[in-house]
Design a protein. Structure first.
Ligand SMILES: Cc1ncc(COP(=O)(O)O)c(C=O)c1O
Length: 397
């Protein structure tokens, strides 16, 4: 391959100068649709995974104060000790398990935590078994490392989305390095119950596999205070990495703050990876994170109440449309619904923008099982959601 790209600097060789794995990374269909719809008059954008409210006061104030107080220098690679202590206390409180500070590494977002995990575990050709439909960044983080994502499909039935864990185990072969579970799941809202968490952990332990658990939606659940965590069923030395984020629970998507929990012995390895990538997370951002953990429970409670009402409004309206197939999700903040007779979700998402100015994420973004589906984020103002579902009824009814 010796293609060239012409730009202001002249012809640049492509393909023979960068890693083919990187050149082959797909563009996210979610971004394609957002680019298509951005700026359209009257558009109601529900394509991304974030709410429409700014970060609440006690949290944003802590960040602003920290900048004013001069917290603008290089800092601890694995995170401010006070933030790591606050995370340890938070995890102990929410999951009722001790998580010592030594196991915790602060990262510049959940996505960075996922990428660090893949950098740590995945050599070229290694396989990662991933429960799907799934957020595309996870699959592509494996690909960045020249690893091979192996999707294990869930099933949508009358009981909602379910995973047959035997299928997950059957997908693990000699090249498998890790099992990736995102519960509560994006886009489905599916929650893996504690019995299955235990079975997956036991299976991984017996095979010497890693479990990577993406728990960024762990507090966005509607039938209990928090989703069960792998931390509750694992031993401290188990090959388990839990990735998490401040983005969703505390409405901090733009702050870029997350964390990882790993076996203690992995700490120095992760410290190196932080050093050689971001060289630490801004201290003033971390100060906001401390405020979120120490003062942010009302923020989480308000967000969950708002999302529950948004979910109920959207589900009730969409369930009335005969062509749609959906289940009201127990977690996360998305409704992921199938439109009977539709086989090209990108074309359908474009049509909805053109005809009724509603922006949804196309199901094709979420793996092979997602085609024919659309994802709607209901973390939005209720009058906007009501208007959006009215418009969808016109286009899809
Ligand atoms: C399943 C899942 N994991 C991780 C993330 C990353 O969140 P962030 O990078 O904003 O912390 C997201 C964001 O949408 C997500 O949906």
């Amino acid at each position: 391959m010796n293609r060239t790209r012409h730009d202001a600097g002249g012809a640049m060789p492509l393909g023979d100068s960068i890693r083919p794995t990187i050149e082959a990374l797909p563009h996210s269909p979610i971004a394609t649709i957002a680019d298509y719809g951005h700026g359209r008059p009257g558009i109601i954008p529900l394509w991304f995974g974030e709410g429409d409210l700014p970060t609440p006061e006690p949290i944003s104030e802590a960040g602003i104060r920290a900048i004013r107080d001069g917290h603008v220098f290089y800092t601890y690679q694995r995170g401010l000790p006070r933030l790591r202590e606050a995370l340890s206390a938070y995890l102990g409180r929410v999951h009722d398990v001790p998580v010592p500070v030594e196991r915790i590494t602060v990262t510049s977002s959940g996505m960075t935590a996922i990428m660090k995990t893949m950098q740590t575990l995945v050599d070229p050709g290694d396989e990662v078994a991933i429960v799907s439909p799934v957020w595309p960044n996870i699959v592509n983080a494996v690909r960045v490392m020249a690893g091979v994502p192996v999707e294990v499909p869930m099933h949508l039935g009358n009981q909602g989305w379910t995973l047959d864990v035997e299928r997950l185990f059957a997908a693990c072969g000699p090249r498998t390095k890790a099992i990736f579970v995102n519960s509560p799941g994006n886009p489905t809202g599916w929650i893996m119950e504690r019995g299955d968490l235990r079975r997956v952990m036991d299976f991984a332990r017996s095979r010497g596999l890693w479990v990577v658990s993406d728990e960024v939606y762990s507090r966005l659940v509607y039938d209990r205070p928090a989703a069960p965590s792998f931390l509750e069923v694992a031993e401290p030395e188990d090959r388990l990495i839990v990735v998490n984020s401040f983005s969703k629970n505390w409405m901090m998507t733009g702050w870029r703050l997350g964390w990882m929990v790993a076996p203690e012995w992995l700490g120095p390895v992760l410290e190196n990876l932080v050093q050689y990538s971001t060289s630490g997370t801004p201290a003033f951002v971390q100060e906001a994170g401390i405020a979120a953990l120490e003062e942010g429970e009302p923020v989480v409670a308000d967000l969950v109440a708002r999302c529950r009402a948004g979910r109920d409004l959207v589900c009730a309206a969409l369930e009335r449309l005969p062509r749609l197939r959906l289940t009201c999700p127990p977690g996360a903040f998305y409704v992921f619904f199938r439109v009977e007779g539709e086989t090209d979700s990108v074309a359908l998402a474009r049509r909805l923008i053109d005809e009724v100015a509603v922006g949804l994420a196309p199901g094709a973004a979420f793996g092979s099982g997602g085609e024919g589906y659309l994802r709607l984020c209901f973390a939005a103002r209720h009058d906007r959601l009501a208007e959006a579902v009215d418009r969808l009824a016109r286009a899809l009814g």
